[in-house]
Design a protein around this ligand. Structure first.
Ligand SMILES: [Zn+2]
Length: 301
């Protein structure tokens, strides 16, 4: 009896190992194919893709303590769902992060447990000297800064059901990157939070264009970021544009990929005209660069 059960276990093991770990079956019939990278660098965005020949009723993705329901689409005879995930250089440590996906189809549920290995990477360090009031704000500004922080936190948590983004993102200005994501900054001798976006070279007044279709969820002036625009691209992906000299859009406006939304400048804490861009993915500020340079397929592996 013991031999039979061991043989059964071995047989079961062989069947399991013969199937790609990225594939599973739904209702024991049609395969649900789940693709995602097994490891990503700290702060790097990535994609998760579920494909099936069956229509999904609903998909729920759990990542970094949050759960969300991504858009479902039907393409080329397949049912496909793509979601963007990532981690934030400010808060994440190297190690394994759980990815849990629950998919419902035909009234039945499939549960997929995966893990993504977050790999450490070294980011450069930069020392800057700024007027002391911009590093240590005067007491009179603290209430304003606190209120702005609450508003921007809420904006980054915006969720809308319809996915409007596609890859690669449109470059918001023509200029090159002048400062990388993850840069460790020391301002006037004091270590500060890492740079959670990228800076583009941009002269004063250059048109700044939306990276993807979306809706303006914030357009106002902030103490540190200066004139700021936040655009919601759906399914938890939001782009942030800082230090603008002027606005070409207003709160609530619908914008198209490549549409001019404002003008570059040096409002707020900036040493000269440039565009700072951040991308929030499910509330995590990720490295924007791969979203301009990589295809969807490259962000799945
Ligand atoms: Zn910046």
């Amino acid at each position: 009896m013991r031999i039979i059960s061991c043989t059964a276990v071995l047989f079961f093991f062989l069947i399991i190992t013969a199937v790609s770990p990225a594939e599973t079956t739904l209702n024991g019939a049609e395969p649900v194919v789940l693709a995602h990278p097994e490891q990503v660098g700290i702060g790097q965005p990535f994609l998760v893709r579920l494909t099936s020949d069956h229509a999904f009723d609903r998909i729920l993705i759990h990542w970094m303590g949050k759960a969300f329901v991504p858009s479902l689409s039907h393409w080329n005879g397949h049912y496909v769902t793509i979601a963007m995930l990532g981690t934030d250089v400010l808060t994440i440590k190297p190690g394994s992060q759980k990815l849990l996906i629950r998919a419902w189809a035909g009234g039945k549920e499939t549960v997929l447990h995966r893990s993504v290995q977050i790999i450490g990477r070294t980011y450069p360090c930069q020392e800057l000297s700024l007027p002391s009031k911009m590093v240590t704000p005067p007491a009179v500004e603290l209430e304003r800064i606190k209120a702005e922080r609450a508003r921007t936190r809420k904006a980054k948590e915006t969720w809308s059901d319809h996915r409007l983004w596609r890859l690669p993102f449109h470059r918001p200005v023509a200029g090159q990157f002048t400062s990388v994501y993850g840069l460790q900054r020391v301002l006037n001798g004091k270590p500060k939070d890492p740079h959670r976006g990228v800076d583009f070279r941009a002269p004063l007044g250059a048109p700044v264009e939306a990276v993807a279709d979306g809706r303006v969820i914030l357009a106002e002036s902030h103490y540190y970021a200066g004139n700021s625009i936040y655009i919601d691209h759906g399914n938890g992906v939001i782009s942030l544009y800082f230090h603008l000299s002027d606005f070409d859009v207003s709160l609530g406006d619908r914008v198209k990929r490549g549409q001019t939304i404002g003008r570059s400048g040096c409002t707020g804490r900036a040493t000269g005209p440039h565009l700072h861009l951040s991308i929030s993915v499910q509330g995590q500020l990720v490295d924007p660069v791969p979203l301009f340079e990589k295809t969807s397929d490259q962000l799945l592996r």
